[in-house]
Structures are given as C-alpha cells and as structure tokens.
Design a protein around this ligand. Structure first.
Ligand SMILES: NC(=O)c1ccc[n+]([C@@H]2O[C@H](COP(=O)([O-])OP(=O)(O)OC[C@H]3O[C@@H](n4cnc5c(N)ncnc54)[C@H](O)[C@@H]3O)[C@@H](O)[C@H]2O)c1
Length: 433
C-alpha cells in the first residue's frame, strides 16, 4: 500500500520504517526541514535500538522516503497517518494545534479518496474535530474517511512492540476504512480490536492512565515498606504473580515520566472535567507521583545531612533505559530539586547527554560512570540502564568520597551492597547503613 506518515518523531519514524519493512511504500513527512535533510543524509535524529539499520535498509529498497511536503505525500498515498506531537498545552489540555494544521493541509490537497488516521494520542472526540476541519478546508468533492489507530509502542523496544503488538486498536466509521486498516495490519498476526473512533481514542488514554496508576500504586506501597521495613520488590512480585494483577509496571522508583504518561493522564483528567466528571483518582495518581520525587530528595538529605555544597553524582538522565528521550524525565526534575538545595551535579547517561546538555544548566557531564563517581559525595541511580547494573562497584567505592549509593531504581541487591561495605539507600527496602 502507499502510505504517508505526517510527523517523523519517535512514533512516526518507527511506524514508517516498520510499515515499509512489511512491504508498503512509505513517505515520512515532517515540517522540521533540518530533520528531513538529516534523514535524507542517513542521519537518524533519535536513538531507538535497531531503527537506524531498519531505515537504511528500507531507503535502499526504495520503500521509504522523507519529505517536507504534505502535498506530495497526500498525492502519493491512500492512507495518511497523523503522528505529530500532542504535548500538554500548559493547563493540562492536550495541545492539538499540530493535528489541526495537518488536517487542514491534508484537506487542501485532497483530490480523491484518502483515509486519514489519527496515530497521535488524542482526547476522545478529536476525530470529530479532524472530520470538521477537513470538511471546512476541502476544495473539491473528494471522499475521505477518518480513523483512529492509537500507538502503544514503548521507546527502547519500539520496533519489536510495533511488529509484535499485544493488540492493534482500530476505530472506524466505514467498511472501506476498516478494510484498508485490516489489510495493512494483517501481516502482523495480532489481535485486532475494531471499534468506533471515540472508543479507540479513549482506549489509548485509559491504558496510559491505568499504567501510571499502577506505578503510583506501587510507589505508595513503597512508602509503607520504607516505614515498616518490608521489601517492596517482594511485595510487587507476590502481587504480580496473580494473573489478574500482572508483573508489569509494579517497579517502585522515582516516579513515572517521559513524553506520554504525565501529559496523557493530564489530558484525560482535563477532558473528563470538561465533560462534567471529576476524575479524582487520576488527580491523586499525579500527586503521588510528584510526592515520590520529594521523598527521594528527603532520602538524599537524610543520608548526606546538608546538601548545599555537596557533589552528587547522577547516573541516568533518560526517562527510561534504551532511549535518548529526556522529555519529562524524573531524573531531570530531581537534578533541579537538588540544585535548588545547593548541590553540585555531575551526570552521565549512555544516550541522553546530547539532549540534556541543551536543557540542564550548571551540570558537569562526564564521559563515563566512573568519572561521575570520582570525588562525589554520593551516587544516585536515576535510570536503570544495564550498564549501571554491571558497574565495578569496588572501583565505584574507591572513587566516591564516601561509600554512599542512593538507588532510585532498586537495581542492586541490598545484601550484596552491605558485603561490599556501602551505605545503600533504595526505594521501599530496608536501608543498609
Ligand atoms: N513517544 C512514544 O513513546 C509514544 C508512544 C505512543 C504514542 N505516542 C504519541 O504519538 C504522538 C507523537 O509522539 P512522538 O514521541 O513521536 O513525538 P515527537 O515529538 O518525537 O515527534 C513529532 C514530530 O512531528 C513533527 N511535527 C509537528 N508538527 C508538524 C506539522 N504540522 N507537520 C509535520 N510535522 C510536524 C515534529 O517536528 C516532530 O518531528 C504523540 O501524540 C504521542 O503522545 C508517543
């Protein structure tokens, strides 16, 4: 099939490259001409495992190309995915200006039937607005359908998630739209939920809000574990083995972040408010998430006493491992909180430093984790990269001013740390002092 993807970020590029791999001819469009030029030169603007090779192979086979022109993409493609950003507009609502601009641009260029698919995460009823926008701007009498096909990939394992999804959700209003999307996704052999557009939109928001709720739930439990000296990892394991609960998203830590959970939860609260429902549960989920960062700062204060003038080494800046994405990373929030207390910060992340340099001020970025440790008063683990799990901890101990690790991701075993002679403070587990 001939496909266009408008918006070539984490979701757009992965979707484009994977659909090309499935044998379709795909044009990825972006209004950032620098990004498109870089892509044409073979430079991939984001880090996602396997993406560079996948893009390279598909470009070579002429199944994948890049453009800044929505006009050319609409002309060449029967199915057009909208995958632009839908960030928080500042008051909790999703900012849908990108969606509106793209819908209007598509409409102006519609000459014959096209299926326009919302891939971006959008509040329920956005599909209605997309339809209205297209009807307002369309020049001729071309037929079109709007559909919703929310994306569930996770950064860091995006290609595998796209190619082997737990489910594919399709919100449609016509047989033609349904048949096109079923044909497109048939090669993935995944369960497909076919529903209406509003339900599909809501499935995505509700899924992300539910996962955020799971994280806040276990973080709240970790606070009880801290006081009772129970072990939150054991509690989570014991809970998660119950199939009704499941193991996923039960890792206590420094709270959820990233470009999706915080804004999607806010957007759902906001649209619910607009519709007259006060989604108090989700407001509390957000509060617990924010409180978790304060609790971590308290742990650092509790082990260092005075933070002002101390040097804190931070391992991890990305919001999760295997990505360079630092948008809404809790690591960055913590760095800012610690700087406000007067700490000097040294930091390292395997992939996130290029982007972090443009955002963080007064941080000493180091080439490797051991340089972060050298002369620091303590080490703080903010992201659970495998590289940090495999550190030479005896070397770490020698380089630190004092053998103190505060582990915001519970990546080490407390007993092992005790034997190595560390003071080891983690989340929801007994401190090793
Ligand atoms: N990142 C994820 O893990 C993830 C997962 C599932 C769903 N989503 C959703 O997918 C959407 C995209 O997320 P992302 O992380 O890929 O965002 P992103 O910021 O990485 O990419 C968005 C791209 O759209 C481009 N763009 C913006 N306005 C445009 C316009 N008018 N015309 C053409 N291009 C335009 C931007 O330049 C950017 O390259 C969001 O709604 C997000 O919530 C993201």
């Amino acid at each position: 099939m001939d496909i266009a993807i408008i918006g070539s970020g984490y979701v757009g590029l992965v979707t484009g490259a994977c659909l090309a791999k499935l044998g379709n001819k795909v044009i990825c469009v972006d209004n950032d001409s620098g990004k498109v030029s870089a892509l044409k030169r073979g430079q991939i603007p984001i880090y996602e495992p396997g993406l560079k090779e996948l893009i390279k192979g598909n470009v070579k086979n002429k199944r994948l190309s890049f453009s800044t022109s929505i006009k050319d993409a609409v002309k060449a493609s029967e199915v057009i995915f909208i995958a632009v950003g839908t960030p928080d507009s500042g008051n909790g609502e999703a900012d849908l200006t990108g969606i509106e601009h793209v819908a209007a641009d598509i409409a102006i260029n519609l000459k014959s039937y096209r299926l326009i698919v919302e891939k971006s995460t959008v509040p329920v009823e956005t599909g209605e607005w997309v339809k209205r926008t297209i009807t307002t701007h369309i020049k001729g009498k071309a037929a079109f359908d709007v559909a919703s096909n929310p994306e569930f990939l996770r950064e860091g394992s995006a290609i595998n998630d796209f190619m082997h999804p737990d489910r594919i959700v399709i919100g449609v209003e016509s047989k033609r739209a349904r048949d096109l999307l079923l044909k497109l996704y048939r090669p993935l052999h995944a369960p497909i939920v076919v529903t209406n557009i509003k339900s599909a939109e809501l499935i995505k928001h509700a899924s992300n809000a539910f996962l955020a709720t799971k994280i806040s739930f276990i973080n709240a439990v970790s606070r009880i574990c801290d006081i009772a000296e129970a072990d939150v990892r054991e509690v989570a394991r014991g809970m998660g083995l119950d199939k009704r609960i499941g193991q996923g998203f039960l890792n206590a830590g420094i709270g959820y972040g990233g470009s999706c959970f915080p804004k999607d939860l806010e957007a759902l609260v906001s649209i619910a408010d607009k519709m007259g429902y006060d989604f108090k549960l989700l407001k509390e989920v957000k509060k617990i998430n924010e409180g978790q960062k304060d609790a971590i700062v308290d742990k650092i204060k509790g082990s260092l006493w005075i933070i002002k003038g101390k040097t804190i080494g931070i391992l991890g800046l990305a919001f999760k491992p295997d990505t360079d994405d630092i948008r809404n990373s809790p690591a960055l929030d913590l760095i800012r909180l610690l700087q406000r207390e007067g700490a000097n910060i040294k930091a390292y992340d395997p992939k996130g430093m290029v982007k972090a340099r443009g955002i963080l001020k007064k941080v000493t970025f180091c080439r490797d984790p051991y340089l972060v440790c050298r002369g620091s008063d303590c080490l703080f683990i903010a992201t659970e990269w495998n590289e940090f799990k495999e550190l030479n901890l005896l070397k770490v101990k020698k380089l630190l001013k004092r053998p103190l690790i505060i582990d915001g991701r519970n990546i080490y075993e407390p007993e092992k740390m005790r034997k190595l002679g560390f003071r080891y403070i983690s989340v929801g587990r007994k401190d090793i002092c």
